[in-house]
Design a protein around this ligand. Sequence first.
Ligand code: SF4
Ligand code: SF4
Length: 202
Amino acid sequence: MTDNLFRRLGQLYADMEQEYGLVAGQTGLTCSGCPENCCTSYFQHHTHVEWAYLWEGLGNLPDQRLREIRGKAGEYVHAAQEMLARQGLPDVMCPLNADGLCTLYAHRMMICRLHGVPNRFTLPNGQAKTFLGCFRCQELLAGKEKTPVLERTDFYRRLAALEMEYIRGLPYRPARVRLTLAEMIRIGPPEFNDPAMSCATR
Ligand code: SF4
Ligand code: SF4
């Protein structure tokens, strides 16, 4: 079952990338030579299915590389906690970034695939949210009347459906997810480390 879910999540990711590529092409945005590195941005992720898919990728890495990444993830979690305690937004390099490149590019999370270009989505309650894109994209679009926008709503719907299916296949009712990627790496795969599982099976 998981293979089928992961295949469809992979297709969803591919569709996101295609749409992102179209909008980035229309704006002229490229990350090449950018003075910023968005892999230091602080994001929390909210689905078990993406967490599990991330671990499918991590599980295929050589043991030594995985140990290094888990060590970096621990440092990330510690540094982020300190920054949050000082009321600041954490600004720490993602443990999967090596020399500016993503170690697990094919398994990176949804937000890594959509950040950058102007985008919008509509919440189930009808409320619309819009984002102007990264600073570089905003510079490129400054003064332009018509700007392309990536529509995220359908992508969110599809991800929510995959998440529901994943959860229905679990032998326990999982807790809500609100974890950074580094925390997901530190904790381990969701099926063995969800706090709700230890309660349900006690
Ligand atoms: S998304 Fe924008 S800010 Fe981030 S690396 Fe790419 S160009 Fe730079
Ligand atoms: S998963 Fe990859 S693309 Fe996403 S923040 Fe980490 S290194 Fe960057």
